[in-house]
Design a protein around this ligand. Structure first.
Ligand code: TMP
Ligand code: ZN
Length: 410
C-alpha cells in the first residue's frame, strides 16, 4: 500500500489498469521490443480526499525529447488559451511592469498573448522540443523543471511574479509540496497562482477512465486543492468551471488573507460532499463502471470486426493509450489512428502499436466506424466531419458510455 503524496495517510487503491506503456511516447518499430511499461493504478486518500496515482513513473521517462504533446493542436484549445490569457491580463496583471510566469508553458500557446502585448513573462518548460517552438513564437522560455531552485533563480533574474499560471500541468507534478513552496517564494504578496486541471467530479460523472494515465499524478477537486495548498499558506479564493479537457476547473489561489474568498468556493465544497467525492465507495463504483465500459467497448468492436466492418481511431490522444491497452485493442481491431499532428504521423500508438496516419488518409478512406478518442474536442470535430456521417460513417464513443452515434456533444 502506498501513502498519500499530500498528507502521507495510507491510500485506498480503487482501480488498476495493469502494466501500461508511456501515454505520450509514440514508438517506432525499432522501439517496440524495449517499450517501457509500468503499473497504472489510482487511489483515494481518506485523509485529504486527493485522488492520485499509486505508482509513479519517473519524470525523466515522461518528459524528454520523445514527448509528443503539443498544446496548440486544436482550434478549441487555442481559443481557450486566448480566453485564459485575457482573463489573467484583465484581472491580475495590473501595471506596465507586471510579470507573469507559466509552469509547463509547452509550445507557448498561452504566453504568446502576453508576449504580443510586451508583457514581461517567462515560461518554465522541461521539454526542450516544445520549448523551442515557444521561443520561435517570441515566448521567453527556460528549459527547467519547476522547483524551489528554479523559483529562486527566477526570483533573482526576473523578480517576483504577479501571476503564476499552470494549464493542465500542476496535476502532473508529484512533488506538489515543492510546487507550493516554489509558488510561495516566487509570488508577490498580492499575486495569484492560477491553474487548470480536469475536475474530478466530471471524471467520475462521465466514467472518463481515460483521464487516468501516467502523467496525471493528481485528480484535483476543490476539497483536495484546499487541503493540499492551505498547508503552505496558500488559500483557494476562486474557482471557475471550464469546458476543456473533458470538464476542467480553474483554481485561483493567493497568499492567505490577501484576497477575498468567493462564495463559489463554498458552494463547490458543499456540492462535492453531496456528490460523494469524500468517500471511497464513490470511487469503487467508478471502477466498476470503468470495467463495464472496457468490456462493452471490446465486445462492440470485436462484433463489428466479425461483420467485416472497417474501424479506425480518431486522434492519437494520450488518453487513448489507456483505452486501447486497457481494452486490449490491437491493429486487428483498429486499422489506424488518424491525427492532425505531423510529429505523431508515421509513428505507432503506445503498447498496441496501431499505426498513426495523417488526417488526409481518413478523409479519403471510407471507414465504417471511427472511435472518437478526442471526445474532449467533440464540438470542433463534429463541425468538420459532417461528410463522414453523410457517407454512412458512425462514431464509436465510450464516454459517458459505450455507444454508436452520429453526433457527439462536448
Ligand atoms: P488532446 O485531447 O490531448 O488535446 O489531444 C488532441 C489530439 O487530437 C492531438 O493529437 C491532435 C488530435 N486532433 C485531431 O487529430 N483532429 C482534430 O480535429 C482535433 C481537434 C484534434
Ligand atoms: Zn492525503
Amino acid at each position: 500500500m502506498s501513502n498519500c503524496l499530500v498528507c502521507d495517510h495510507p491510500i485506498d487503491s480503487f482501480l488498476s489498469f495493469g502494466n501500461m506503456p508511456i501515454a505520450n511516447h509514440l514508438p517506432m518499430p525499432k522501439h517496440f521490443r524495449n517499450e517501457f511499461r509500468a503499473e497504472l493504478a489510482v487511489g483515494f486518500c481518506p485523509g485529504c480526499y486527493m485522488v492520485q496515482l499509486t505508482n509513479l513513473v519517473e519524470q525523466e521517462h515522461l518528459y524528454n525529447d520523445e514527448y509528443a504533446f503539443f498544446s496548440g493542436s486544436s482550434k478549441g484549445m487555442s481559443k481557450h488559451f486566448q480566453e485564459f490569457a485575457e482573463f489573467i491580463m484583465q484581472h491580475y496583471l495590473p501595471t506596465d511592469d507586471s510579470f507573469v510566469v507559466e509552469v509547463g508553458s509547452n509550445d507557448g500557446i498561452l504566453l504568446q498573448h502576453m508576449a504580443k502585448r510586451n508583457i514581461k513573462h517567462l515560461g518554465i518548460e522541461p521539454s526542450a522540443n516544445v520549448a523551442n517552438i515557444a521561443t520561435k513564437r517570441g515566448v521567453e522560455s527556460l528549459v527547467e523543471f519547476f522547483n524551489v531552485t528554479t523559483a529562486e533563480k527566477v526570483k533573482q533574474t526576473h523578480g517576483q511574479a504577479d501571476a503564476i499560471l499552470g494549464a493542465n500541468v500542476i496535476c502532473h507534478i508529484p512533488d506538489i509540496h515543492s510546487v507550493a513552496k516554489s509558488v510561495k517564494a516566487l509570488l508577490k504578496p498580492n499575486g495569484v497562482f492560477v491553474f487548470e486541471a480536469p475536475y474530478i467530479a466530471n471524471t467520475i460523472r462521465k466514467t472518463a477512465f481515460d483521464q487516468i494515465y501516467d502523467e496525471h499524478a493528481f485528480f484535483f477537486g476543490v476539497h483536495s486543492v484546499v487541503n493540499c495548498f492551505s498547508r503552505h499558506g496558500l488559500e483557494l479564493v476562486d474557482v471557475m468551471e471550464r469546458n476543456v479537457h473533458g470538464g476542467s476547473m480553474r483554481y485561483v489561489l493567493a497568499h492567505k488573507g490577501a484576497h477575498e474568498v468567493t462564495s463559489k468556493v463554498k458552494q463547490l465544497l458543499v456540492l462535492e460532499d453531496h456528490l460523494g467525492l469524500l468517500k471511497i465507495e464513490t470511487y469503487q463504483d467508478f471502477a466498476k463502471s470503468a470495467e463495464k465500459s472496457r468490456d462493452q467497448l471490446k465486445q462492440l468492436i470485436t462484433g463489428l470486426r466479425e461483420q467485416g466492418k472497417k474501424i479506425v481511431g480518431y486522434a492519437a490522444t494520450a488518453k487513448s493509450a489507456t483505452v486501447i491497452n486497457y481494452c486490449g485493442l490491437t491493429p486487428e481491431h483498429i486499422k489506424y489512428i488518424s491525427d492532425t499532428t505531423p510529429a505523431k504521423q508515421g509513428r505507432y500508438s503506445p503498447g498496441a502499436h496501431i499505426p498513426i496516419k495523417p488526417y488526409e488518409i481518413f478523409k479519403q478512406d471510407k471507414p465504417d466506424y471511427a472511435i472518437l478518442f478526442a471526445w474532449n474536442h467533440a464540438d470542433e470535430i463534429m463541425a468538420k466531419e459532417k461528410n463522414f456521417i453523410k457517407r454512412g460513417g458512425k462514431w464509436i464513443v465510450f464516454v459517458p458510455e459505450v455507444a454508436i452515434v452520429e453526433n457527439v456533444k462536448q
